[in-house]
Design a protein around this ligand. Structure first.
Ligand SMILES: Cc1ncc(COP(=O)(O)O)c(C=O)c1O
Length: 466
C-alpha cells in the first residue's frame, strides 16, 4: 500500500467517508455500490489513490488549483514556521505575511493598490459586490446598485455569487436570487449564431459582442448600473477566451457609463494563462476590482484576495467624521496567516522556476496537440483557451454544432482514467452544454506530461467515438 497507510487504515477511511462525507458536485447513489476515489498522496503532477493507483493530474486538483504541483516542502515549511510563530489574529490588526504578500502582489498588478483577504473565491466576489452596493449608496444616492454578469460565467456558490451566475444548471432550484444582478450575453465566437452575430468574425465580432453589453446598460438605464463582473477567460462555462476587439470595447463602455469593472481571476489568476500573472493583463485592461483564490497558494492553504484601486479604497476612507464610512465587513478566516505565508512561497516558486514562461510554452504545445486531435477526430468541434487552461468542445456534427450527449463526454473522462490521466468536463453548467473537455495541468508540466495527457485523450476519443 502507498505511503504510511495500511490496507486496514484505508478500508476504515473509505467506510468513514461513505458513511459521513458529503462530496461536492457529485451524485452519491453510486457510492452505495462503489467506492469514492480517495486521494492519498501527491507529488509534482501526480497523485495516488487508495488502491495505490498513480494518476497524472491534468486538472490541478480537479478544479484548476494546484498551480505549482503537489508535495512542495518549502510551502509547507513556510506555513509551519508562520503558524508556530503566529497562526491567527483578526484583520483589524495586520500580520507579517499579510503585509509582505500584499506588497508583492501589488508589484505584479500595476494600477491596483489594496488587498482585502478572505478565504474563498465566492467570498472575494461577494466583497466586491458589497463594495459596489456601498459605493452606490455613498456616491450615487442609492442608484447604480445593479451588477452585470455574463452568460456562461461563474462567480461562486454563495447566494449573491450565484445571483451573478451565468450557468443555469448550477443555479437551478437555488433561487430566488438577490435583486439587481442583470445578465449580459456571452462572447463566444464558436456559438456566435446564438447571438445573431454569425455574419461577423474576428475583431468585428468582438466589438459587436461587447456592444451587446452596452445594449443592456442602455436598456436598464446607465444611472442604475454600478459594475460589470467578468471572467477574463470563462472557466467552467466552457473555457471561452473573448474574441479580439472585445476587451478594449468593454473598457470604453465601462468608462462611458461610469461602470466599475470587476475581473474575476479566481481561475486565471497567478499564472494559469501564461506569460502574465493575471488573465486580464493579456488584454491591457484596467479593472477596478480583481478577485483571486485558487492559484494564490496552489491549495496549500485557503486564501482569497479582493484587490482594488486606490480610487475605490479612497471612497471608503475619505470622510472619517462619517461613522459608516468604511467597509463594514469581516472575514474571520481572512486573518489566518497560513494563507499569505503559503502565497508568498508559491509566488517565489513561480518566479524562481520561470513557471509563467513554462506555462506559455507548454500551453502552446498542448494547444497544438489538441488541434492535431481535432484534425483526427471529427467529434472535436472547437479547441480554445490560453496558457495551460484549455478546452475541447465535443459536437455530433461540425456544421450544426450540436453538442454531444453529456454522458458521452463523461465517458471520455472515464476512459482517460483507464489510461491513468485525470481530465475534466464542464459539469452541471450551461444546460445542454456539458460537452467541453477541460485541461489545466500544473504550471510545472513537462512536454512529456503534456503528450501523455493528449495521448490519453486520443485513445479515449477513439474508444468512445471510433
Ligand atoms: C471563475 C470562478 N470564480 C469564483 C469561483 C468560486 O470560488 P470558490 O469555490 O473558492 O468559492 C470559482 C470556482 O470554481 C470560479 O471558477
Amino acid at each position: 500500500m502507498h505511503g504510511t497507510f495500511t490496507d486496514n487504515d484505508l478500508s476504515h477511511v473509505i467506510e468513514a467517508d461513505k458513511a459521513h462525507v458529503w462530496h461536492h458536485l457529485v451524485q452519491h447513489k453510486p457510492f452505495e455500490s462503489s467506492d469514492p476515489r480517495i486521494i492519498v498522496e501527491g507529488k509534482g503532477m501526480r497523485v495516488w489513490d487508495q488502491n495505490g493507483k498513480e494518476w497524472l493530474d491534468a486538472v490541478s486538483g480537479a478544479v484548476w488549483t494546484v498551480n505549482v504541483g503537489y508535495g512542495r516542502e518549502s510551502i509547507c515549511k513556510a506555513v509551519y514556521d508562520q503558524m508556530i510563530k503566529m497562526c491567527y489574529f483578526a484583520q483589524a490588526a495586520g500580520s507579517v505575511p499579510g503585509a509582505l504578500y500584499a506588497e508583492k502582489l501589488i508589484e505584479k498588478m500595476p494600477g491596483m493598490s489594496r488587498v482585502y483577504y478572505c478565504n474563498s473565491g465566492s467570498e472575494a466576489n461577494e466583497k466586491a459586490f458589497k463594495m459596489v452596493r456601498q459605493i452606490a449608496h455613498k456616491k450615487y444616492g442609492g442608484k447604480k446598485t445593479k451588477i452585470l454578469y455574463r452568460d456562461r460565467d461563474y462567480h461562486g456558490s454563495t447566494l449573491a455569487a450565484m445571483s451573478a451566475g451565468g450557468q443555469d444548471e448550477r443555479n437551478a432550484q437555488y433561487g430566488p436570487f438577490a435583486p439587481d444582478f442583470v445578465r449580459v450575453p456571452h462572447c463566444m465566437e464558436y456559438r456566435k449564431h446564438e447571438l445573431g452575430l454569425d455574419h461577423l468574425s474576428g475583431e468585428d465580432f468582438g466589438i459587436a459582442a461587447a456592444n451587446l453589453i452596452e445594449e443592456v446598460i442602455l436598456r436598464e438605464g446607465p444611472e442604475t448600473v454600478g459594475a460589470l463582473c467578468l471572467e477574463p477567460v470563462t472557466a467552467g462555462g466552457g473555457v471561452i477566451e473573448a474574441p479580439e476587439g472585445y476587451w478594449p470595447r468593454v473598457q470604453e463602455i465601462c468608462k462611458q457609463y461610469d461602470v466599475l469593472l470587476h475581473i474575476d481571476e479566481v481561475v486565471c489568476g497567478i499564472g494559469r494563462t501564461g506569460t502574465h500573472w493575471f488573465g486580464y493583463q493579456h488584454y491591457g485592461i484596467k479593472p477596478d476590482f480583481v478577485t483571486m483564490a485558487k492559484g494564490v497558494a496552489s491549495g496549500y492553504a485557503a486564501i482569497a484576495c479582493m484587490v482594488t484601486t486606490e480610487e475605490v479604497f479612497d471612497l471608503f476612507k475619505n470622510d472619517a467624521s462619517d461613522k459608516m464610512n468604511y467597509f463594514r465587513d469581516i472575514s474571520t478566516f481572512g486573518g489566518c496567516t497560513a494563507g499569505p505565508a503559503a502565497a508568498l512561497e508559491n509566488m517565489r516558486i513561480i518566479e524562481d522556476e520561470n513557471l509563467l514562461e513554462n506555462c506559455t510554452k507548454m500551453g502552446e504545445r498542448m494547444m497544438s496537440n489538441l488541434r492535431a486531435l481535432q484534425e483526427k477526430h471529427t467529434v472535436i468541434g472547437d479547441v480554445r483557451g490560453k496558457g495551460l487552461f484549455l478546452g475541447a468542445e465535443l459536437v455530433t456534427d461540425r456544421d450544426t454544432k450540436e453538442p454531444v450527449d453529456e454522458a458521452l463526454a463523461q465517458k471520455v473522462v472515464a476512459e482517460c482514467g483507464t489510461h491513468g490521466v485525470i481530465i475534466g468536463v464542464t459539469n452541471r453548467s450551461v444546460p445542454g452544454r456539458n460537452n467541453t473537455l477541460c485541461f489545466s495541468p500544473a504550471l510545472i508540466a513537462t512536454a512529456d506530461d503534456i503528450d501523455k495527457i493528449t495521448d490519453a485523450v486520443d485513445k479515449a476519443l477513439t474508444t468512445v467515438f471510433g
